[in-house]
Design a protein around this ligand. Structure first.
Ligand code: FES
Ligand SMILES: [Fe+2]
Length: 359
């Protein structure tokens, strides 16, 4: 039985089996992805009353909708009749109609009509609303949580809204999406993101651009932040910086599966979606300040030319690590006290949310 040790100097990393096992992933889908705040889309997709979109977090299909009262809500996208989908894709509607037998629901989740159901005994429509989740926004990002009893988004994000506001976060607009499929467990990719320890070896190009000695990771209740002072002056980051201002990249990771990389004029989100125990989809979205500027294609290309080789280097090492985890000779490792506190913090949250795991 694995026991997480909160003492970094004494702790061992998660067992290798947790990166390989299909049953463990099913448990993570229920206990982690079914109970936490995750990126569900963009705030502009649910701006107007009647706007809705659908997504699935863990095993939970969800609808996120803005009601005619302008309130943003999330609820289960599973019909109370025989589990059909109440909404498909995204759009704008006054009510939602199940794609199976046509029951209709209000944008607040209430059950409105149930055709040919008059003779059914002991059935009160008012007692059959769609179970609620939670929804909220941060700048251009739309978040949802399938669990109505989980902490609020404000509690989850802590000081992030305060820290991102001065960077123009609220005014950034979506420009581009790029996806990468990786042959590794989702936690291998997250572990790798959460430390700068590998930068000198895996990313020699990046290493020259940052001040590695001053690279730091701070951990908070449900997120961590990496601060990386940028050394060179001719990077894409200089745009929108005043003379004498020091470029700074802020890397946030929000448990369980969202990173966002914030530069002086753009934001890149990385959403890490498990597809199988050893297969992961990473979805990168770029948001820019002044996204309608004439040079936006060139500026995106410049930002992508910087990040894509780094992503290739990370993919190669993550896939090699996944092969290593399959070896019968490896069970678990240790953490660098100086450089891997962020990984240790993530493992603590994984262990906390999974609770008891049968070995
Ligand atoms: S499953 Fe929704 S109406 Fe039958
Ligand atoms: Fe990396």
């Amino acid at each position: 039985m694995y026991r997480f040790d909160p003492n970094l100097a004494r702790a061992h990393t998660l067992p290798a089996r947790w990166y390989l096992d299909a049953d463990l992933l099913a448990l993570e889908r229920r206990r982690i992805f079914g109970r936490t705040w995750q990126l569900a889309g963009r705030a502009d997709q649910v701006e107007r009353p009647g706007d809705f979109l659908t997504t699935t977090l863990g095993h939970e299909p969800l609808v996120i909708a803005r009601g005619s009262d302008s309130t943003l809500r999330a609820f289960s996208n599973v019909c109370r009749h025989r589990a059909g989908p109440v909404a498909l894709g995204c759009g704008n509607r006054k009510s939602l109609q199940c794609a199976y037998h046509g029951w209709t629901y209000g944008l607040d989740g209430s059950l409105l009509t149930t055709p040919e159901f008059d003779q059914v005994e002991n059935f009160d429509r008012r007692a059959h609303p769609l179970p609620p989740g939670q929804a909220g926004t941060l700048g251009p990002l739309l978040f949802a949580c399938p669990d109505a009893t989980a902490p609020t988004l404000a509690e989850w994000l802590g000081d992030i809204p305060k820290e991102t506001e001065p960077l123009g976060f609220e005014r950034m607009r979506w420009v581009k999406r790029v996806e990468y499929q990786i042959e590794c467990n989702w936690k291998v990719y997250v572990d790798n993101y959460l430390e700068g320890y590998h930068i000198p070896i895996v990313h020699p190009g990046l290493y020259k651009q940052i001040d590695y000695a001053r690279y730091s990771v701070d951990t908070f209740r449900y997120y961590s932040r990496q601060d990386s002072p940028i050394r060179v002056t001719d990077t894409p980051y200089r745009r929108n910086l005043g003379e004498g201002e020091n470029p700074q990249a802020l890397y946030y990771w929000i448990f369980p599966n969202l990173m966002f990389n914030l530069y002086p004029d753009n934001l890149q989100t990385n959403l890490i979606v498990p597809i199988g125990p050893e297969k992961t989809l990473t979805i990168f979205d770029w948001f820019f300040l002044d996204a309608d500027r004439p040079s936006i294609d060139r500026d995106f290309a410049q930002s992508f030319a910087f990040s894509d080789p780094i992503q290739s280097e990370d993919i190669a090492i993550c896939e090699a690590v996944q092969r290593g985890l399959r070896s019968s000779r490896y069970e678990a490792g240790r953490y660098s006290q100086k450089r891997e506190n962020g990984v240790h913090h993530f493992h603590g949250l994984v262990a906390e949310f999974l609770g008891e795991v049968a070995s």
